[in-house]
Design a protein around this ligand. Structure first.
Ligand code: DGL
Length: 265
């Protein structure tokens, strides 16, 4: 039986955990390393050049240190910029996370779709090209949220996030015309962390499109299905700042790793 793969999942912060939990469900046997670049968070506030200059060498260092069989860039703000650079620089297979505009536009009945991402993601040429290629007759509204990723991190750390603060970020997604918006792309991996609250306060019900299950399927296509029922050695969780999660925060992280123990030393 071949050795289970090592998968490195990377994000600017804690949002990539929403992608990781889907991958863990697909490949519970794999060895996981999750890296949160908290020292540079939030990516949405950095320029394109700054993100390329930060992420490309950092991923090289992480590959050398952790020897992954596959790297998932679980961050739209980075993936819409760095995937070509990474594939040119390193031979490990990469899976990126980019706005799910194609499936959203394919399933919208009113043909009015919004894309909710960081200010960086909604400005990208990459995102505009996805709309040009895959809007399929839909009117697409781009909404850049300035604080939603930080609010999602606050919520995951167990602190209260007011409905008003979240509503201010998501309200521009709701275009109340005839017809009105019926589908919103969650184009930042942090936002599913707030999905319960977002659904509860949304001006009207819409379909929220989270690409995480599709990313997990892509990983499974590349690596194959689980070959063993064994749960491997503890998953690793690392902050680039060198900080360690508090015991309470480590408890909040546990569910994302399924049955795997978590090593955050
Ligand atoms: N999680 C990241 C994304 O998917 C962005 C959050 C940030 O601004 O760092 O875009």
């Amino acid at each position: 039986m071949s050795k289970p793969p090592t998968i490195l999942v990377f994000d600017s912060g804690l949002g990539g955990l929403t992608v990781l939990r889907e991958i863990v469900m697909a490949r519970p046997d794999a060895a996981y390393t999750y890296v949160a670049d908290d020292a540079f968070f939030p990516y949405g506030h950095h320029t394109e050049d700054e993100i390329v200059a930060r992420v490309v060498p950092l991923i090289g260092t992480l590959i050398a240190r952790h020897q992954p069989d596959l790297v998932v860039i679980a961050c739209n703000t980075a993936s819409t910029l760095v995937m070509d650079h990474l594939r040119k620089a390193y031979s490990v297979p990469f899976v990126g996370t980019v706005p799910a505009i194609k499936p959203a536009c394919a399933s919208s009945r009113t043909k009015r779709v919004s894309v909710l991402g960081t200010r960086g993601t909604v400005k990208r040429e990459y995102t505009k090209k996805l709309i040009a290629d895959f809007a399929q007759g839909c009117e697409v509204t781009l909404v850049g949220a300035g604080n939603l990723a930080a609010l999602a991190e606050t919520a995951l750390r167990g602190e209260a996030v007011s409905d008003g603060a979240v509503l201010a970020e998501i309200a521009p997604c709701f275009v109340d015309g005839d017809p009105r918006t019926d589908t919103v792309v969650l184009a930042c991996t942090h936002y599913p962390l707030l999905l319960e609250q977002i659904r509860r306060i949304a001006p009207w019900p819409v379909d929220w499109i989270d690409p995480a299950p599709a990313i997990a399927r892509r990983v499974e296509n590349l690596l194959g299905h689980s070959a063993t029922e064994n749960i491997p050695s503890p998953a690793k969780f690392l902050f680039t700042s060198g900080n360690s999660p508090s015991p309470a925060f480590a408890m909040a992280l546990r569910p994302f790793f399924g049955a795997q123990a978590l090593d955050h030393a």
